[in-house]
Design a protein around this ligand. Structure first.
Ligand SMILES: C[S@@+](CC[C@H](N)C(=O)[O-])C[C@H]1O[C@@H](n2cnc3c(N)ncnc32)[C@H](O)[C@@H]1O
Length: 301
């Protein structure tokens, strides 16, 4: 059933529903657990299995000892910040880890014990609902297209793209070799190698790949991992090589915000922002809805 047919059927159903129950029915559709679990299809289950495999290979905070720069950046944040990877841990897992004392949402400002002030959670990966939204509601049909994820880390974008899109090629470029090994283990275990590839490389060495990409994804890729001058160098390189008219760029946060954090202005005449309908994917968790609004879509001019 396509969208128009489903809409027709829903209109029929709403006409048949007693007027005093219409409000309750609509609320149930948009915010009930029953509907949410109905929407959990096989593709989401595959992503859950991949997340479970990755959790087994990583420490609870899903960072590596080799990530010393990122650890220093986290320690410099204005509010006490910890990494909680939202591809690996959904809200219910975070809740149960907090109950078991494996994770805390707060700490004591005096002695550092986990008692009073709220901790800031940062995720270095997209969550499964964000990936679903990205591929089903933000991006167009990617049949035959090449998508490149700049800084692919655990491979969440590649695996999400494999399940929720028809992209011909999903290629991750990642600086950290340990993460590339982890991505490759998953690619081989789940037989994704026909469409998915993980490259161990600095994006600065991938001019030809950027020129061949139809879609580029940049999820908070540089802020915690590179010095401001290196970040600007990467942005400049990407804006010089990802230039084919009509190609799409997805960023978190928006390009304007990334550049203003670096106290610079984005290259002019490179991109135009396209509208995203965030209301298409409202979840019961309002903090998650906020993170969806950080996803921006641009077209190369
Ligand atoms: C926030 S994570 C992005 C995760 C992933 N794209 C996602 O959305 O789930 C950023 C990753 O980019 C990598 N990275 C940073 N600078 C890079 C560069 N110049 N070239 C390749 N990877 C880079 C980091 O090592 C880190 O793993």
């Amino acid at each position: 059933m396509d969208f128009s047919e489903a809409k027709r059927e829903l209109k029929k159903l709403l006409k048949l529903t007693a007027p005093e129950h219409v409000g309750r029915l609509l609320q149930w559709v948009t915010s009930s657990e029953e509907v949410e679990s109905l929407l959990r299809d096989n593709r989401s289950v595959i992503l859950e299995n991949i997340a479970e495999d990755l959790r087994a290979s990583l420490p609870p905070d899903a960072t590596l000892p080799s990530e010393t720069f990122a650890a220093t950046k986290m320690a410099q944040c204005a509010r006490r910040t910890v990494h909680v990877d939202s591809f690996l841990l959904d809200e219910s897992l975070v809740d149960s880890m907090c109950e078991e004392g494996k994770l805390s949402r707060s700490f004591c400002g005096h002695c550092g014990s986990t008692q009073t002030e709220e901790l800031e959670f940062v995720s270095h990966s997209f969550s499964a609902p964000e990936l679903r939204f990205l591929f089903l509601n933000v991006l167009p049909d990617l049949t035959g297209r090449t998508l490149v994820d700049v800084g692919s880390r655990l491979g969440a974008v590649l695996f999400g793209g494999h399940e929720f899109s028809s992209a011909a090629r999903l290629i991750g470029v990642e600086l950290n070799e340990d993460f590339v090994k982890l991505q490759n283990q998953i690619i081989h275990k789940y037989g994704l190698q026909g469409r998915v590839q993980a490259l161990h490389s600095d994006v600065l060495l991938q001019g030809a790949l950027l020129q061949s990409a139809d879609v580029l994804v940049m999820n908070n890729v540089f802020e915690f991992f590179l010095e401001p001058q290196q970040q600007l160098r990467c942005w400049r390189f990407i804006s010089e090589n990802f230039r084919r008219k009509g190609c799409l760029l997805v960023t978190v946060p928006g390009v304007q915000e990334s550049f203003s954090r670096l106290q610079e202005t984005p290259p002019c005449d490179w991109l135009e922002e396209l509208p995203v309908n965030y209301d298409l994917y409202l979840t019961r968790d309002p903090t998650q809805n906020e993170s969806f609004r950080e996803i921006h879509l641009y077209r190369v001019m």
